[in-house]
Design a protein around this ligand. Structure first.
Ligand SMILES: [Fe+2]
Ligand SMILES: [Fe+2]
Length: 391
């Protein structure tokens, strides 16, 4: 079989995403959010619940180690964070902005917005945008955490290995705690919730609907949580707000374990898949990456502020700080996909694989040789580090 034969079997961008150009603003903005008044959203879960009668604990030592680690690194979202601290949101926004634009004395961006709906805006309006963006970001974190809660409950049911069921059960508790702390932060320290972003919802729906147990891992543990781990890390680095900093530090301790769970499990499982099955996984990884990138447009914020975002898109896209920030969000996903063999699967050694080319198209391939999370998760365990210094 030639490389052209292999490539020919991959679906096109249009078939996978419903658009040819990854950056097509009309197609991205056409996916809109659900009715905000709906409280319940039902998704068909097509997977079988699997029992195993093989109770041999530790058959998969790496998963067993992760399980033991998860049991000792639990924390309490109510009592282990400094909720008594007040949050000065204006200071938080100004400090975060100063990290990206150290030379500016106000929140007006350093690029030209003339001819756009923002041309009359001053510091006051950009502060309001900053506050809304923070509400939106933390809301999406909260919704994503609920996605993880539902997905790991699904993994408990569907994965056929006892060591993985044990570990996934600890992750369900972790994710409940994460939803809890983000919801509490939004309710008590910020100024409003946002509904789930339409692109994020579409991705979570796809993950839940898939009948194949390993797709829950790929969609959630590798893609959604990989991006979350990088996003939490960047917000942790750039925020001066002490409560948020500590919250993110503890959530990241758990998330690193969660991504490691995905890497360790899929590394074993992918060994026995056929080329055609791996191709499906490559396409799913790419689709998930684009759906998450589409979310960065934060269209719900512009909608709420009554701004037509379309004329702004080309300007926003050229902002170097934003470009770098968005690329860095893939700094965990790309090395983990490489570790799983997804970048170059299906082509002879030395040839460029299909997912590698897609990540080149997204301009994120440069992270491929960073540490994968299967290796680095223990260094991120801030809960264990704090306990060691306290005792
Ligand atoms: Fe989480
Ligand atoms: Fe997680």
């Amino acid at each position: 079989m030639t490389i052209a034969d292999i490539r020919g079997k991959m679906r096109s961008n249009e078939e996978i995403l419903g658009r040819v150009d990854l950056d097509d603003p009309d197609a991205i903005l056409a996916v809109t959010t659900l009715d905000e008044t709906d409280v319940v959203h039902a998704v068909e879960d097509n997977a079988e619940a699997i029992f195993t009668w093989n109770y041999e604990q530790g058959e998969r030592p790496a998963l067993n180690r992760l399980y033991e680690k998860a049991k000792t690194s639990q924390w309490n979202g109510q009592t282990d964070l400094p909720w008594e601290l007040d949050v000065d949101i204006e200071k938080t926004i100004r400090d975060q902005n100063a990290v990206f634009n150290p030379d500016s004395t106000d929140l007006v961006p350093p690029f030209d917005v003339s001819g756009t709906p923002l041309e009359t805006w001053g510091d006051k309006e950009f502060l309001e945008l900053g506050i809304e963006s923070q509400n939106h970001l933390l809301s999406q974190f909260m919704h994503g955490e609920q996605g993880a809660l539902v997905c790991t409950a699904k993994i408990v049911e569907t994965v056929p290995w006892i060591d993985a069921k044990y570990y996934a059960a600890t992750q369900v508790v972790d994710e409940a705690r994460h939803v809890e702390v983000f919801a509490k932060y939004l309710d008590t320290k910020l100024t409003g919730h946002y509904p789930i972003n339409a692109h994020l919802r579409m991705l979570l729906d796809d993950i839940i609907e898939d009948s194949r147990w390993d797709m829950t891992y790929l969609g959630m543990q590798i893609m959604v949580e990989g991006l979350a781990l990088a996003a939490f890390g960047m917000l942790y680095q750039t925020t001066s707000e002490p409560l948020l900093k500590q919250l993110l530090r503890y959530v990241m301790s758990d998330e690193a374990r969660h991504v490691a769970f995905g890497v360790i499990t899929l590394q074993e499982y992918y060994q026995n898949l056929t080329t055609a099955e791996i191709r499906d996984r490559q396409e799913f990884a790419f689709e998930a990456a684009v759906r998450m990138r589409d979310r960065f447009m934060q269209q719900e914020v512009w909608q709420r502020m009554d701004i037509d975002v379309k004329p702004l898109i080309p300007i926003i896209r050229q902002d170097p700080g934003r470009i770098m920030f968005q690329q860095l969000l893939f700094s965990k996903i790309v090395p983990n996909c490489k570790k799983l063999g997804l970048l170059d699967a299906g082509v002879p050694e030395g040839q460029k694989g299909w997912l590698r080319e897609r990540f080149e198209e997204m301009d994120v391939i440069q992270f491929e040789d960073l540490a994968d999370t299967g290796e680095e998760y223990e260094t991120l365990d801030a809960v264990a580090q704090d306990r060691a210094t306290q005792s």
